[in-house]
Design a protein around this ligand. Sequence first.
Ligand code: UTP
Length: 600
Amino acid sequence: MGTTFLNGNWEAFSQSDRTFVEMLVEAGQQHLFADWDAPGTADDAKAAFLSSLSKIDGNYPGGLSGYISNARKLLAEAKVGGNPFEGFVPHQPNTVDLTRFDETYDHYEALGQKQFSKTGIVLVAGGLGERLGYNGIKLDIPVEVIETTPYLKHYAACLKAMEARMETPRPVPFIIMVSQDTGPKTLQTLEQNNYFGLRKEQVHVLKQELVPAISDNDGALALKEKYELILKPHGHGDIHMLLHTSGLAAKLEKQGIEHLMFIQDTNGQVFNAMPAALGVSVEKGFDFNSIAVNRIPGEAVGGLAKLVGNGTEMTLNVEYNQLDPLLRATVSPEGDVPNEQGFSLFPGNINVLVVRMASYVQILAKSQGIIAEFVNPKYADETKTSFKKPTRLETMMQDLPKLFGPNEKVGVSIFNRRWSFSANKNNISEAAAKHVAGGPPESGASAESDFYLAGRMRLEAAGSSVTPADEELILGVPFTNGPKVLLRPSFALTLSEVREKISGCSISGEATLILDGKDIVLENVELSGSTALVVKACEGAKVSVKGVFENKGFDLVKLTSEELASDRVPEYLKIRGFRFENRGAAIHEFDQPGEYVVEV
Ligand code: UTP
């Protein structure tokens, strides 16, 4: 075969190239080899093309022929346009309410803390971040700019803090999914910062690959030009495939890891919810625990619903634009109606997941880690025979329960929103527009503001008196300049730890409090105005802090329009529109073990 349409190139192919090309032709991809130049012209480009096809073939379970046949099946279904939830009736899922810091919360935190030694953290960080438009990886962006702590450094500090709280410390496995866009810079950041104190062996970087775009309902792979495919991201559901194909999930299970917690690249709040969420997973025996927030009906956030029907039931994320029509067509003619507190019965998915390893590994083996792929072609017209532009198969990590059977238990843990979720996804002007529209801005400034808010929530939960500053708009994005409270993970991971270490404190206005170190105790500390107190203590340094502090602290300085346009101002400041200047903060650092008193 081949010689005719391959214009004489067939003879130059190796036997394995021939077999591979034959497979592709059988899979309907003859067009990839049409118009080839005669041997001697563009031979390097041809070889590169074959090698890129063969790489994709090797990366996808079932190879390219599997990808093409999955695409055909899903495209045929999409063309018919059936309701994916036909026959299902939505019910409230199995929820645990953790929106209040009460005994229930403490109970689950205590249980979760015991589970730290059997937990791994999975960070999906392969996204392009187009909405933010940052020149670099999102993990390098600081979550706050008083001390300029990048997200990755903060996450690593949380893992170290988990280890410090284990009875027998062991490294917490840290799995980071990158893509070709984020991989090199992620590795560079890790190497340059000595893995932020983590052991290199505990960090597992898995790279997701792009998948080929598809130009028609027959699954024809789309060409950018002769000898070059169009490739597109396959989505964050790739993490399941990579944990399977790398053998890592099975290996970690053998090493005693019982739960994996999946987190995203820019959510500094996520470890606030981690201990209690783990506790819920352990006590309730959830195979899949979705960390969620209360959602107002109609809000553009996926709703978690238990779908009952067709002889089965499953708890899934239902996109908000599908949920309302589904409710109207089944149980609720008024659609998604609020409860007494104004919230939907269907909590909002924030894509933070706690997965039980034992069932996960089995499901990965059965599915080869391909989790509920879907396709979303934009058709050229209602005949649905051609697309406006090539499409591709996608997968989302939250769809894992689509593969669950009757024995797997799915639950939802509902947390206070800004305590558990505040992402940095949007550039300033988009963020300002979102704020005007009444939604969360999810930008650099709002994420930083919420990071301090979570610190204040911790202090309040420990009985401190907290009076916040007024919210202001900076370039149209709301920001509350204080009190700016950073209780580093080394200081506390749970509320009970904060209660043990802080008593009788009061903090107000634009004050700042930063505590970094396990053995710092505050008693009757008072900070007001713009006063800042920073205490850092190394392992073995016990520091007792008392008194009413007064100084000029950290001043918020808004960037001028020249600074916003200047190349000399770091981009991480420009994406929020301000910086801080130290005007005399009280900074006490202890780098030698011993007992110390800071008193004014
Ligand atoms: P986002 O919704 O933030 O998307 O992804 P994004 O691709 O990063 O940003 P935009 O849409 O281009 O603006 C949620 C999480 O999933 C990861 C992201 O890195 C983020 O942590 N992700 C997304 C992947 O790891 N791989 C993907 O293919 C897509």
